[in-house]
Every structure is written in C-alpha cells, then in structure tokens.
Design a protein. Structure first.
Length: 108
C-alpha cells in the first residue's frame, strides 16, 4: 500500500461500492430482470446507449475554443485566490494563496 496515504485511507476493504452495484445491475439485466441501473451517472436510452440532448449539442457547437477549454492563469485566478485567503485565513493580513498543479500537486 502507498505509505504516503493517511492511515484511514489505506487498505480499504473490497471494491468501490459503485462497481459492486453496477456489476449486480448488469448481472440482473443479463438474467432478464427489468432494472434501472442508476450507477451509470449518465442518461441512457432503453437500449443502454448514452442520450445527449440536441439542445446541448447545438449549444456546445456554438461555443468558441476558449469557452470550451478555458485555462486559468499559471499563477492562479487572482479573484479566487483572494477569496480563498479571506475565507480560510481572515485574520492573516499578509497571507497569500498560490496555485498548484491540480489536487495531486497540492497533496504532494
């Protein structure tokens, strides 16, 4: 096990519950049971294909590249960093936030 994980997150028993429930749903469907598999996290049609609303696809197609894939400044969004500091460290007048390379970078 990865030793850098905090003790209560190491050696968790079994599989993730969502995978266990999905396997059960798929097994029941294979046996002919009429099921609604709510583990998918997406809207599916009666044949199990993902459904995407036409209005969503038209709106997506009308977006510009910066609207579809924006990227924050390397140093972080100044307004967000300021709000973060004010929210969590309101008594520290000289506190400053900084950006990290994602959640794993922040934890490392």
């Amino acid at each position: 096990m990865l030793e850098h994980l905090i003790p209560n997150r190491r050696n968790l028993p079994g599989e993730d519950a969502i995978f266990v429930l999905n396997a059960e749903a798929m097994g029941r469907r294979a046996k002919g049971e009429d099921i609604l598999n709510a583990t998918v996290g997406a809207l599916l049609d009666d044949e199990g294909r993902m459904v995407v609303l036409d209005t969503v696809m038209r709106t997506w197609a009308a977006l510009t590249s910066p609207e579809v894939a924006p990227y924050a400044p390397i140093s972080g969004d100044p307004a967000f960093l300021d709000a973060l500091v004010r929210r969590h460290w309101p008594d520290l007048a000289c506190a400053a936030g900084c950006a990290t390379p994602g959640g794993s970078g922040a934890l490392a």
